[in-house]
Ligand binder design. Structure first.
Ligand code: AMP
Ligand code: MG
Length: 470
């Protein structure tokens, strides 16, 4: 008996409601498509049948009837400099499934491509796949990677490498840069339509309340960046086009996790000034949100003089919202019943920094200290004296070990492991990636045989640098 695969429907709400920001476009054909990795959990969550997830769908070349794929327009501040027209140079919005975007990256040149080839290599696409899987498993809002499909094409980069297309799922791809684009047209009706679309998708209870919408984005980003800071995540390229309105992490180009604690940690080869260093992330998020406020001003009030103080008052809520989220997260990481004092956490930050201790290992072993075995944590310090003076202050607060193990991961996608997995994948072996995925997709659950996935990079790994891979 033939079992019919249910028909997949791809919505086109964005394309219909915002045609000024949507260029109808087709994906480039992949000569020899081969599905390399597929997130079956995500497929199931979307109600997708594995039989529907053909290489043709996942490369955008065979879409269900009625689909209207588009390249989205957006502007953005990149490293502080404004570009009025960025847009999906090598990406496409295929459509919406249950209100979520199905989007491709590496699907060929679009009218936004400028000098780029429109393509992507499997290294950067698999990096996005594995790191976004890890972020999701860590409970951090993120765009998700549905699949990476090898195209059978060679992509020219510093090193030629196999080409790939990433299929990504997101609450939406609306960015701060989307609003900057709409604002720059001087068409307030378009700006309002974009805001209405964003509100309907992400904050439906705020229909018509543009200042409330802005507040909600400020709150979502304050919470998101606090979550990044709590796991040692360095995004690496917090341009305004890489900051979502939904509060999901987007764009896993040069991101990496910090090991030795240092607020000045930078991995991206192009971030020579350290603009997007670990410790700068909250301040940069706030800067980006100021750019969003500028874009939204005409919706706050007809008179600019009246709109500005409203925006400023909203933006001023970022810092306390960030501090609250971060302190609450630290409370959980430290296993405490109440928020820790700023003194306790500041002194902790100072001692971790002075000791250049591995951030993830510190917190994970600290639950053993709560169980009465402080020696594991103590051994992380070359000079344990500073830790010895901090320890009793924390112990006096009666930390509870068990919940600590539910928020302090054992496994994160460590830089040397990601590099190892990607190098093998480029050479045709996906096993190391699958093993890494096993560890990081269940990050709080320590398992036998995975000890090497919990360890910091060996000394000879050296200073780590990441590349956008574009
Ligand atoms: P990203 O660094 O991925 O956020 O990209 C920044 C901008 O450059 C976006 O407008 C991208 O669409 C565009 N871009 C990046 N790589 C390529 C490429 N290989 N071909 C065309 N456009 C690209
Ligand atoms: Mg981007």
């Amino acid at each position: 008996m033939d079992v019919q695969t249910p028909a997949l429907t791809l919505g086109h709400q964005f394309a219909d409601e915002l045609p000024e920001m949507a260029v109808p476009w087709q994906a480039e054909a992949a000569p020899e498509p081969r599905v390399l990795v597929l997130d079956t959990d995500l497929a199931a969550e979307l109600g997708l049948d594995p039989a529907q997830l053909t290489a043709g769908l996942l490369t955008g070349t065979e879409l269900p009837a009625g689909a209207k794929p588009v390249a989205q327009a957006y502007a953005g501040h990149q490293f502080g400099g404004y570009s009025p027209r960025l847009g999906d140079g090598r990406a496409l919005l295929l459509g919406e499934i249950d209100g979520r975007d199905l989007h491709l990256k590496g699907s060929g040149r679009t009218p936004f491509a400028r000098g780029g080839d429109g393509l992507a290599g499997i290294g950067p696409m698999l990096r996005e796949y594995i790191v976004s899987r890890a972020m999701h498993a860590l409970g951090i809002p993120t765009t998700r990677s549905l699949a990476v499909v090898g195209t059978g094409r060679t992509v020219r980069r510093e090193q030629p490498q196999p080409g790939a297309v990433l299929a990504r799922v997101a609450a939406s791809h609306l960015r701060v840069g989307s609003f900057q684009f709409a604002r720059a047209t001087d068409d307030t009706e378009l700006l309002r339509r974009l805001a209405d679309h964003a509100i309907a998708r992400h904050y439906p209870e705020l229909a018509g309340d543009y200042l409330g919408f802005y507040d909600a984005v400020v709150a979502a980003q304050a919470s998101l960046v606090a979550r990044w800071m709590l796991v040692g995540f360095v995004h690496g390229v917090m341009n305004t086009d890489n900051m979502t309105i939904s509060g999901e992490t987007i764009d896993y180009g040069p991101c990496a996790f910090m090991e030795a604690v240092d607020p000045a940690t930078v991995f991206s080869s192009i971030d020579t000034g350290g603009r997007y260093a670990y410790g700068n992330q909250p301040g940069i998020a706030q800067w980006n949100l100021a750019r969003l406020a500028e874009a939204l001003l005409p919706l706050f009030h007809d008179e600019q003089e009246q709109a500005v103080p409203l925006a400023v008052a909203s933006l001023e809520r970022f810092a306390p919202a960030f501090t609250t989220a971060w302190t609450r997260g630290m409370r959980d990481k430290l296993g405490l019943a109440e928020d820790p004092s700023a003194e306790l956490t500041t002194d902790l930050a100072d001692l971790l920094r002075a000791g250049r201790v591995d951030y993830t290992t510190f917190f994970r072993t600290l639950s053993e200290a709560a169980r009465g075995r402080a020696d594991l944590t103590r051994a992380l310090f070359d000079d344990p004296a500073v830790f010895d003076s901090w320890l009793p202050r924390w112990q006096a607060l009666s930390p509870d070990a068990e919940p600590m193990d539910r928020v302090n991961p054992v496994y994160i996608p460590r830089n040397h492991l990601v590099e190892e997995a990607l190098a093998a994948a480029v050479a045709g072996d996906l096993d190391p990636l699958h093993r890494l995925d096993q560890a990081v997709s269940d990050p709080f659950n320590e398992r036998r045989g995975l000890a090497r996935y919990a360890e910091p990079a060996p000394g000879d790994f050296g200073p780590y640098q990441t590349f956008c891979g574009t």
